[in-house]
Structures are given as structure tokens and as C-alpha cells.
Design a protein around this ligand. Structure first.
Ligand code: NAI
Length: 735
């Protein structure tokens, strides 16, 4: 059996404890070891008169059962005096149960000033005064438990109780804020809306119902909420007859009814009314940050041309959780992303490239002979309007306030050109269920013409959307890798400027969270925070500087996990470990030691491959197009092909006798994949042939078997399985 919840050594103040619910609380606390202050004014239920009898009687009851109690006869309007009674008698105050109450029921038109004022004075102001008197003592001792007593009248409204319901819901607002302010000192504040037979309700409920609504059926909830082991804070409960339920806010996903730079009209409100009020798809904001942040997040839905989708179809916002599975494989509308040297330079400056470092000149001066885009600029080109588009996917009813950018993967297939007109295609690769949230894996492919330039995987964490019965892992996921367990091989630092976020946002992430103190404080930060992707850019630059001599053609891929926010002005410290061609890294804030980017790595192109590429200079490999085309087609039919082939092929394409490119066609894992470089796991078959012979095979001019026997094609590993390849090359690579 669970051990009894005890209150030995605790001092509990219950207001209005001379009868009804308060009495039941006082007796129960005392029975479990607490020293109790029984406060009661002793007037009638309308707040008229006073008497010490009520409190004395309960004190007597407690003492006769061996408990400790003292009486207090003051009105709750004398909060200081009541708390002093506790301090004088018992030396401390641990728990305040604000319970005292009266009624002045009248229909609204007949409500007098006095009826209004006295109800507010006793319920709302009384609870404020008593609690404030106890507050500093609780803060000092770093412990306090407070109960506010609300009512169903306040929550739902009730005829004839305008004064009472206003005061009762006011108590909930008070409690919500005290919960936030008290939290760091272990002061918890919760609200109950009880139902119990008492003198306040005896005229309302029939006798048998009053019997079923004993105050004793409310007290156990109050005791639990006030126990030191209870972590509940800032919550609201309805309780009565032995039943307890918790309440929360629910909000429709709503509709955005205005367009940037255009007036907002009542007609637009009317047109969207159904959607504004549609509880078919909802969120449950728990904090002001979640509530306000959701609205702020919507700003990102307004695209740069000012358009805002006002007419989401209802299916586009169908219930979040069950819709996740249906969202997998959904494609985002393709979008174009154009940049010139201006954007590339702005980005480089945004992530700390500087004339301080002579080798950075090529990133910030278009006149440099080797002008280059920083590799991580590849995220920027893919990022545009991704969130807004994602929200349109059926089944993904995104609440922007709850979307965190969890991780990022970027792979470049060749250095980004100095200017670009890219076409980007996004697809929901998978949705994972992490319990506390859902993870959306969003893959974005950026093409220049037909050539695949880079691939991004955004991992977006949806707080609170987990538990929908989805899988926890995915073979689609680019996995973050822990850094080695030894001191780093190299550490580079850079102090960000106070203007870092102001500068970085010019690269396209206009979220005011990064510049406007009003927004950042709403989101719970002391001041505007740096973009996670800005830190990411700093770190990648450090790796490139330390291990690749700023050579962008050495950059292959990067993976990073965003762990904590950074404030502009802080110093970033990138710790790096070299393991072959993989540079593991993590980024810390030097001033605090906090890890802000964790489990990260950059993969570099092996120098041997770089050398091997040299002979092919002057002539692009024709096979590149074929591999890329196979990769594209696999996206549609990969699942099917994987089932029939079930093997990984590694290709070494030679030019002038040297390996000029390595490709992997993975027809074993997931729904298949084609990528540049050696097989990530092990290959079943390794095939080596020249670019020219490869093209002849693809075009049907050279029979692969003959090529093998004549030595034009070298094959290692499972040669039999390679026969299945013929079909793929024939069927899917026709150009
Ligand atoms: P009750 O009338 O039996 O108890 C209230 C006690 O508060 C009385 O003993 C009264 O003398 C005392 N009191 C009144 N004004 C005071 C003041 N200014 N200073 C100190 N003590 C004062 O009523 P009940 O039902 O036990 O109510 C307790 C609380 O629960 C009240 O706040 C009430 O509004 C609330 N509540 C009760 C419900 C019910 O179903 N009984 C429903 C919803 C809320």
C-alpha cells in the first residue's frame, strides 16, 4: 500500500474553515499531522454579522481528536492578521487554502454596487490579501502550496451569479499567474471548482444529492495538491461526489483572415467564420508563450509577396494525430529559390565570415578570384516558406508555437554556384512518434536545372503531438552521432556580435523572436535569441577552416542537433574531433559552458577522391546525369524495386584510368536511394567501369555480361545479384 501522505511539521491556513468545505479540509489536514489555523468570520451566508463560534467549534473538534489547531476570527480582508496568527502560534506558514465565501445572488439588472463589491472583497480581494501576506514567507522557505477556490459558475456562467462568477473566474487568473511567479521557489498554486452540499448549496440541491456531495469527497484533492510531493502547478480541477477532473483550454486552429499590407475586413472574418469556430481540429495552449507564439508563428505563413492562404480547405487541417500517418510521403508544392552574390555574401557575414580572416574573403567579396558560397548556404536556399507550406499538408495541423527546429542535415553534391536559380521539392519523408512529441522529417531537394545540387533534411519537433501510435525511428532519418569520448582535436571560437541576429535574419528568417524584445519575452526568453541555423553556420565555417582549409569543394555533408538557444554577443566555441573524413563537433557557449549544438558532424570529401577527380577536369561525367535520374525515379517506385532487388551497389566510375566518381545505388533499405559516395553500410556488389562504358551499358550498346568478360566492367562481391541491375538500368535510366 502507498504510504500515507503526511503533513507533520507543516502549518496550514484554511479560510472559512468554520463550516462546509473549509471545515472538512481543516479536519483532514490536522488528522495527518498538520498544525491548522481555522479561520472563519462566522457571519451568515450573505456576509452579514460575525461570530467566533464557527471557528472555535472546529478548533475544538481538531483538538479533541489530538490534533493541533488555533482559531482566527478575522475576515479574509485582514489577510496580514490571519497569517500572523499562524506565525505567532506555529512559527511558519506552508499552505494557504483560500476557501471563505459568501453569496449575493441577484439577476444582473438588479445587482447593486454593494452586492458586486462585497462578493469581490471576500472572494477575490480576500484571497489576494491572505495569499500576499503568506507569499514572502513561502518564498524564503522555498516551499508553499496555495489553493484558490473557483466555481462552475465562473467557468460556465450561471443565472443570477454575475458578481460571483466574475470573482470566481478572477481567482483562476490570479492562480495562473501565481503558479508562474512562485514556481522557482517551489510555491505551487492550483484552483478547484468544488461541488459540495453546504449551507451555500442546501437550498439548491435536493437532500439526497447533498448527501452524495459530502465535503469529505473534495478534501482529499486539496490535501494531495498541497502535499510537498505533488508537482501539480497552475491547474484547474472540478471535483465533487468523489469524482475529480482536470480542465484545460482548447482552441480551434483558427483562420488567418488578412493579407500582408491589406486591410483586415469584417467580411473576411465572416467568410472564415466556420473555420474560426471549427473544433474539429484544435490545439491546447498551456502557456501564454504557446498561445501568443502560435500567432507570431503565423507571420511566417505570409510569403514574401504578401499572400496569405485564407482558404485552407477543411481537410487540410484535419485532426493532428491521426493525420500524421497520412502525411507521410506528401509532397510540398515545388518552389523556386533565386540568389545572387548579394545573398551569398549577406549569409556569410551573418554566420561570422570576416575580413579578419584573409581566407574568408572569398565568401564576402564578389571580386575574389575564387568567390564561393559557404556550403551551409544550401540550407537557406531550401528553407524558404517550408513551414508555411508544411502547414498546408493534409493531416499536419501544425501549431507553430509548438514547432521546434530539432535537427538539420545538409548534403551537397557539388559546391553551390555563385548565383543560382534553384527549384526545390519537399516531401514529408516520415513522421515519428517520440512520446512527448512528434518528429516530422522533411526532405527538400534543390535542383539547378536538372542537376541535384543539394539535399536537406529538416527535423521538426512538434511538442505535445506524440502518442499517436507511430513508430519511434525511421530509416529515412539522418542520424545525429555522439561526439568521441576524448578531448577535442581542435577548438575554434568566435564572438558573435550584438547585431548577429539582426544581420542573420536578412538571409530570410524574419521571425521577430530574433530581434524584437517584446516577442522574445512572450516566448519566455530574456532577450531576442540568435537563430539556431546561424550558430550552425558559424560551426560549419569553423570545421571548414580547421580541416579543409576553407575549400568548399571538400564539404560533403553536415548534421547537427539544436540543443539550446544562444544570445547575440555570446562566444561560440566549436569543439572538433577528426575521425577519418568525418569531423565530429559540438558547439558550446564559452561564457556558460552550455552545449548549443550537439551530436554534430561534417563529412568531408576524402582527399583521395579530390585527387582522383583531377584527371576528369574539363569534362563532366555523363554518368552523373544517369545516377541522378535513377535517384529521382526511385522516389516513386523505390519500395517496389527494393522488394525485388534487395541489394546495395557501389559504383566506381573511372575517367582516364582513375576513379572520378563513386556512387551508391541502395536497393535494399527503406524505399531505395541513390547517392554520391561509397555505401554507408556495406555494399553487396562493387562495380567499376569507365564513364564511357557505363553510358554504353545504359544505352543498351554494351551488354554488361560481355563487358564483364572482356574486362571493361569489374565486379566484386555478389555478382549474381548484379544481374537484377540490368533491368533497372534499362527500365529506369532511359534518358
Ligand atoms: P460555507 O458557507 O459552508 O463555508 C464558507 C465559510 O466561509 C463559512 O463558514 C463562512 O462563515 C466563511 N466566511 C464567509 N465570509 C468570510 C470572510 N470574509 N472571512 C472569513 N470567513 C468567511 O460554503 P462552502 O460551500 O463550504 O463553500 C466554500 C467555498 O467553496 C466558497 O468559496 C464557495 O464559493 C466555494 N464553492 C462551493 C460550492 C459548493 O458546491 N459548496 C460550489 C462552488 C464553489
Amino acid at each position: 500500500m502507498a504510504s500515507q501522505l503526511r503533513f507533520d511539521g507543516r502549518v496550514v491556513l484554511v479560510t472559512g474553515a468554520g463550516g462546509g468545505l473549509g471545515r472538512a479540509y481543516a479536519l483532514a489536514f490536522a488528522e495527518r499531522g498538520a498544525s491548522v489555523v481555522v479561520n472563519d468570520l462566522g457571519g451568515d451566508m450573505k456576509g452579514v454579522g460575525k461570530s467566533s463560534l464557527a471557528a472555535d467549534k472546529v478548533v475544538e473538534e481538531i483538538r479533541s481528536r489530538g490534533g493541533k489547531a488555533v482559531a482566527s476570527y478575522d475576515s479574509v480582508e485582514a489577510g496580514e492578521k490571519i497569517v500572523k496568527t499562524a506565525l505567532d502560534a506555529f512559527g511558519r506558514i506552508d499552505v494557504v487554502v483560500n476557501n471563505a465565501g459568501i453569496l449575493r445572488d441577484r439577476s444582473f439588472g438588479r445587482l447593486s454596487d454593494e452586492d458586486w463589491d462585497i462578493i469581490h472583497r471576500v472572494h477575490l480581494r480576500g484571497s489576494f490579501l491572505v495569499t500576499r501576506a503568506a507569499w514572502d514567507h513561502m518564498k524564503k522557505q522555498k516551499f508553499g502550496r496555495i489553493i484558490m477556490t473557483s466555481s462552475a459558475s465562473g467557468i460556465y456562467g450561471n443565472f443570477g451569479q454575475a458578481n460571483y462568477s466574475a470573482a470566481k473566474l478572477g481567482l483562476l487568473g490570479l492562480s495562473n499567474t501565481l503558479a508562474i511567479e512562485g514556481k522557482k521557489n517551489n510555491i505551487h498554486c492550483n484552483t478547484i471548482a468544488p461541488q459540495a452540499g453546504s449551507r451555500l448549496t442546501q437550498t439548491i440541491f435536493p437532500e439526497d444529492i447533498v448527501e452524495a456531495l459530502k465535503p469529505d469527497y473534495v478534501a482529499p484533492l486539496v490535501l494531495w495538491l498541497c502535499h510537498e510531493s505533488c508537482e501539480e502547478n497552475g491547474s484547474l480541477f472540478e471535483v465533487g461526489a468523489g469524482w475529480i477532473g482536470k480542465l484545460r483550454w482548447e482552441r480551434t486552429l483558427g483562420a488567418l483572415v488578412r493579407q500582408r499590407n491589406q486591410p483586415m475586413t469584417p467580411e473576411a472574418v465572416k467568410a472564415n467564420w466556420k473555420k474560426i469556430c471549427d473544433f474539429g481540429s484544435v490545439s491546447n495552449p498551456q502557456t501564454i508563450q504557446e498561445s501568443t507564439g502560435g500567432i507570431v508563428g503565423l507571420l511566417s505563413k505570409m510569403d514574401s509577396n504578401g499572400g496569405v492562404s485564407t482558404n485552407h480547405t477543411s481537410h487540410a487541417a484535419s485532426t493532428a494525430t491521426s493525420g500524421f500517418v497520412g502525411a507521410i510521403g506528401q509532397k510540398l508544392p515545388s518552389f523556386s529559390s533565386t540568389y545572387t552574390e548579394l545573398e551569398a555574401i549577406m549569409y556569410a557575414l551573418g554566420v561570422g565570415a570576416s575580413i579578419k580572416e584573409p581566407k574568408d574573403m572569398k565568401f564576402i567579396y564578389e571580386g575574389s578570384s575564387d568567390f564561393s558560397c559557404l556550403p551551409t548556404f544550401g540550407v537557406i536556399t531550401a528553407q524558404k516558406s517550408v513551414l508555411g507550406e508544411l502547414a498546408q499538408i493534409p493531416g499536419l495541423s501544425l501549431d507553430f508555437a509548438k514547432v521546434l527546429h530539432g535537427e538539420q542535415y545538409l548534403e551537397l553534391y557539388k559546391p553551390l554556384p555563385r548565383t543560382g536559380k534553384l527549384k526545390c521539392e519537399g516531401v514529408v519523408a516520415d513522421v515519428l512518434d517520440k512520446g512527448s512529441g512528434a518528429v516530422i522529417l522533411l526532405d527538400v531537394y534543390s535542383y539547378s536545372g536538372n542537376e541535384l545540387l543539394c539535399y536537406n533534411q529538416f527535423s521538426l519537433f512538434l511538442v505535445g503531438s506524440g502518442g499517436f501510435g507511430g513508430k519511434r525511428t525511421s530509416d529515412k532519418m539522418k542520424v545525429a552521432v555522439a561526439v568521441p569520448n576524448r578531448p577535442p582535436d581542435a577548438v575554434l571560437t568566435d564572438t558573435t556580435s550584438l547585431n548577429q541576429a539582426a544581420l542573420y535574419r536578412l538571409s530570410g528568417d524574419w521571425n521577430p523572436l530574433h530581434i524584437d524584445p517584446n516577442f522574445s519575452s512572450l516566448a519566455g526568453f530574456d532577450k531576442p535569441i540568435l537563430h539556431g541555423l546561424c550558430t550552425f553556420g558559424f560551426s560549419a565555417r569553423h570545421v571548414l577552416q580547421q580541416f579543409a582549409d576553407h575549400d568548399v569543394s571538400r564539404f560533403k555533408a553536415i548534421k547537427a542537433r539544436f540543443a539550446k538557444p544562444v544570445y547575440p554577443g555570446q562566444t561560440l566555441q566549436t569543439e572538433m574531433w577528426k575521425e577519418g573524413n568525418r569531423i565530429h563537433f559540438q558547439t558550446k557557449i564559452q561564457e556558460t559552458g552550455d552545449i548549443v549544438i550537439s551530436n554534430a558532424y561534417v563529412d568531408l570529401v576524402p582527399t583521395s577522391d579530390m585527387l582522383a577527380k583531377t584527371p576528369s577536369k574539363g569534362g563532366e561525367l555523363q554518368s552523373t546525369l544517369v545516377f541522378e535520374e535513377i535517384g529521382r525515379r526511385l522516389k516513386d517506385i523505390g519500395h517496389q524495386v527494393v522488394k525485388t532487388v534487395n541489394a546495395v551497389f557501389e559504383w566506381h566510375i573511372t575517367k582516364g584510368g582513375n576513379t572520378a566518381a563513386t556512387w551508391t545505388i541502395d536497393l535494399k533499405n527503406g524505399s531505395g536511394e541513390v547517392y554520391q559516395g561509397p555505401a554507408r553500410g556495406s555494399a553487396d556488389t562493387t562495380l567499376t567501369l569507365s564513364d564511357e562504358h557505363f553510358m554504353e551499358v545504359v544505352q543498351g550498346k554494351l551488354d554488361p555480361q560481355k563487358a564483364f568478360f572482356s574486362g571493361k566492367l569489374k565486379a566484386k562481391g555478389n555478382i549474381m545479384v548484379s544481374q537484377k541491375l540490368q533491368k533497372i538500368l534499362k527500365d529506369y535510366a532511359k534518358l
